[in-house]
Design a protein around this ligand. Structure first.
Ligand SMILES: NC(=O)c1ccc[n+]([C@@H]2O[C@H](COP(=O)([O-])OP(=O)(O)OC[C@H]3O[C@@H](n4cnc5c(N)ncnc54)[C@H](O)[C@@H]3O)[C@@H](O)[C@H]2O)c1
Length: 312
């Protein structure tokens, strides 16, 4: 029997996730959105692309959650981007309501699903999904770290003219400007980045990584990144469905790890068929630890804002 993945929100990231997933031929897909006709049209278009690439999966587009029943994985990408005049709390309230609806409608139809959350503010929306679904924390994972690390890997590859396959980078912390690129743990075919790049070049790459999402928003003007976020979600779904025990950075529920509690935060995790199998604790030096605490404070403030606005 084929696996089933439901993607809630068939906008740019949702439909691009469907595209990457269909190429891997690992699950039948359901795309749900509130806009009438749009998920149906995108699903049909994608379905018609599959004969060309020789992939046999079924893609359903719908405005009705009924089609999501029995999903193995639910991906939540539904949500509004920030518009001029909107405060962070406005976005928080709007997206919390959307994520609440998406979670409540899917969990009763797919009580055994693993959730991968993409909607921003990411760490807090993953927290909300976990609380509302009442799932155990390892079954709800937020996507941030694969994307942030991939951005850093791309910048290092561009700088050095080396294959991206040889570059490992690890970006931890909240999915925001305070994220923590761990240069000490990042390497090119085993050689630490710090031995290859000058402090100035490394600093420039770290800063560009931190602002990687904003750089794309300012170029696109009418939306945010979607290819890289969607392929990051795809890698997580792949790791779940294939029980890969894959170690990647992702947003996970903290229960004392890194000295943090009752919040979602970007840390290295091992992902398999049960969701997060393990949270890996790196030994951090004083500077890394201070940067992580600063990032955690920012996520904690947004989490507190959520708790003051939403009844969970
Ligand atoms: N965590 C990350 O790395 C990351 C990366 C990129 C984008 N994002 C976030 O993901 C979210 C989606 O981004 P996008 O670029 O796909 O935006 P988008 O506007 O292209 O798509 C969002 C979709 O959600 C739909 N939607 C709204 N309310 C809904 C509801 N109640 N039920 C179902 N669908 C609903 C909209 O109709 C729209 O099609 C945003 O919050 C964005 O900030 C996160």
């Amino acid at each position: 029997m084929k696996n089933k993945v439901s993607i809630i929100g068939a906008g740019m990231t949702g439909s691009t996730t469907a595209h990457w997933l269909a190429e891997r031929e690992i699950a039948d897909l359901v795309l749900v959105d509130v806009v009438e006709g749009m998920p149906q049209g995108k699903a049909l278009d994608l379905q018609q692309a599959l004969p060309v690439i020789g992939k046999d999966v079924t893609i359903v587009g719908t405005n009705d959650y009924e089609a999501t029943a029995g999903s193995d994985v639910v991906v939540i990408t539904a949500g509004l981007p920030r518009k001029p005049g909107m405060s962070r709390d406005d976005l928080l309230i709007a997206n919390a309501a959307i994520v609440r609806k998406a979670t409540e409608e899917t969990i009763r139809r797919s009580p055994d699903a693993i959730y991968v959350v993409l909607t921003n503010p990411l760490d807090v929306m993953a927290y909300l999904t976990m609380k509302l679904s009442k799932l155990s924390p390892e079954r709800v994972i937020g996507q941030a770290g694969i994307l942030d690390s991939a951005r850093m890997r791309a910048f290092v590859a561009m700088e050095l003219g080396v294959s991206v396959e040889n570059i490992q980078c690890y970006v931890l912390g909240g999915h925001g400007d305070e994220m923590v690129p761990l240069t000490r743990h990042s390497n090119v075919a085993g050689t630490p980045l710090r031995e290859i790049l000058s402090p100035e070049r490394l600093e420039a790459i770290v800063n560009r990584t931190r602002k990687g999402g904003g750089e794309i928003i300012s170029l696109l003007k009418t939306g945010s990144a979607y290819y890289a976020p969607a392929v990051a979600v795809t890698q997580m779904v792949d790791a779940i469905l294939k029980d890969k025990h894959l170690i990647v950075p992702a947003s996970a529920y903290m229960q004392g790890e890194y000295g943090l509690k009752d919040m979602y935060f970007g840390v290295p995790v091992q992902i398999g068929s049960k969701g997060i199998e393990k949270i890996i604790e790196y030994k951090l030096d004083a500077a890394e630890d201070a940067a992580l605490r600063k990032s955690a404070d920012a996520v904690w403030q947004t989490t507190e804002a959520l708790l003051s606005l939403v009844n969970i």
